[in-house]
Write a protein that binds this ligand. Structure first.
Ligand SMILES: Nc1nc2c(ncn2[C@@H]2O[C@H](COP(=O)(O)OP(=O)(O)OP(=O)(O)O)[C@@H](O)[C@H]2O)c(=O)[nH]1
Ligand SMILES: [Mg+2]
Length: 404
């Protein structure tokens, strides 16, 4: 085990705004353009999940190392991956093929970026806003991912299913071995077998429909997906958004987003024109702007911030991390009085980890040796001792004490 940064895959059809979402989150200047297949090779970069820092509560001035803090908001690193657009039948190799589907293996969660204004067709070709129904994109993309997994499982299925039947006591584990390269969890497989009543059915007698249902179940459980309704600033976006909420809102979390607006705000902030904290509803102009800049910011203010409360980019990442993946943030320190590491940095790191993690498991994540020598942990807030199997809480500050 080690402290791996959570990885979120940005998926969707071409021209939906994946690279713009990526650039707005990471400030990496990747190629973006209003036509399909702008991105060919994946872009990987660091984005951030936002949470209340503990600095104000403890009354300290922090100097973060693996993250940053603005006005009491801590931004914890997450890895984002922007891949090429998916078109119908991508799993069979259409478009840029299934090469980039393979790139999603490691993703812990997916953000599906759709063009909620309906200004691109299912292959990403430009249309007038309102001409395409974004609901179609939601269904097709999932089918592509499921078919891709289905196909991987089906390769060699006859032989594998018979082997699994022979060692029937290890059905879940055998299937797990087969699917582990896709980042599927053993627990999801066990649940799928139970939920779909496939536990006692010989694997070699599963129909294709049953295999597909099984895949759908494990994919959903292992790679939860959020929908980012992008281009929310354009005409028709609002009505499409409300319709999607009505029709599929019980199954999906849908966040209204304008990636282009977030990118513009971040760039303006970087250039010293405005003050802007990612995820906020407002920005402050701090330099004299030219007419074009004024107009662009006015557009964002009216069409996005005042209407939707934020550009949605930060909210999409935060919801994925804290709600879909149920992660928590942990601040480890070495000196429980000064809240520092051994170099004197105050509240240097924050780590996103799965909820339910114990103090000892967390120690192992920091370093195998710290895990092995774990004696107890200290809850820095109240200086109480925490035992090895204590389940850590969101925003806890802990010190791990090792035996010599
Ligand atoms: N109006 C508006 N346009 C946007 C928004 N986000 C992205 N776009 C535009 O949509 C077009 C496509 O954006 P990209 O980020 O290149 O799209 P992509 O999904 O990465 O496309 P491929 O790499 O071809 O798959 C660009 O012209 C962007 O400027 C938005 O929030 N509002
Ligand atoms: Mg792209």
């Amino acid at each position: 085990m080690n402290l791996m940064t959570v990885q979120i895959g940005l998926v969707g059809k071409p021209n939906a705004g994946k690279s713009t979402f990526f650039a707005a989150s990471t400030l990496i200047d990747v190629k973006r353009a209003p036509y399909p297949f702008t991105t060919i090779n994946p872009n990987i970069g660091v984005g951030y999940a936002k949470l209340r820092c503990v600095c104000k509560e403890f009354g300290v001035k922090d100097n973060p190392k693996n993250s940053f803090c603005i006005n009491g908001w801590r931004f914890a690193p997450v890895e984002l991956m922007d891949v090429a657009g998916l078109v119908p039948d991508a799993w069979k190799g259409r478009g840029l093929g299934n090469k980039f589907l393979d790139e999603l293996r490691r993703a812990d969660a997916l953000i599906h970026i759709i063009d909620i204004s309906g200004s691109t067709d299912v292959e990403g070709r430009p249309l007038k806003p309102g001409e395409h129904d974004p609901l179609i994109d939601v269904t097709f993309l999932e089918k592509e991912i499921d078919m891709w997994m289905f196909q991987i499982l089906k390769r060699d299925w006859d032989r594998i299913s018979r082997t699994i039947d022979i060692k029937s006591s290890e059905k879940a584990r055998e299937l797990y071995e087969r699917l582990s390269g896709l980042g599927i969890k053993l627990e999801s497989i066990e649940n799928a077998l139970l939920e779909l009543s496939l536990q006692n059915k010989r694997v070699s007698s599963w129909s294709d429909e049953e295999i597909f249902e099984f895949i759908k179940f494990v994919r959903w459980a292992s790679k939860p997906m959020l929908i980012a309704a992008n281009k929310i600033d354009l005409p028709y976006a609002e009505e499409n958004y409300h319709r999607l909420k009505r029709e599929i809102g019980d199954k999906y979390t849908i966040i209204p987003v304008s990636a282009e607006s977030e990118l513009a705000l971040k760039k303006a902030a970087k250039a010293g024109l405005i003050e802007y904290i990612p995820g906020e509803k407002e920005f402050k102009i701090i330099k004299k702007l030219n007419e074009r800049q004024k107009k662009a910011l006015e557009y964002i203010k009216e069409r996005v911030l005042e209407k939707w409360g934020s550009t949605g980019i930060q909210k999409a990442i935060d919801t994925t991390v804290f709600e879909l993946l149920h992660m928590i943030a942990v601040f480890p320190v070495e000196n429980e009085n000064k809240l520092t590491d051994h170099n004197g940095n105050v509240l240097p790191d924050v780590h996103l980890v799965h909820s339910g993690i114990t103090a000892k498991e967390f120690a192992y994540l920091i370093h195998t040796e710290i895990g092995e020598k774990f004696a107890f942990a200290i809850d820095v807030r109240n200086k109480k001792r925490l035992s090895a199997d204590y389940k850590l809480k969101h925003r806890c500050v802990i010190k791990i004490v090792t035996s010599r």
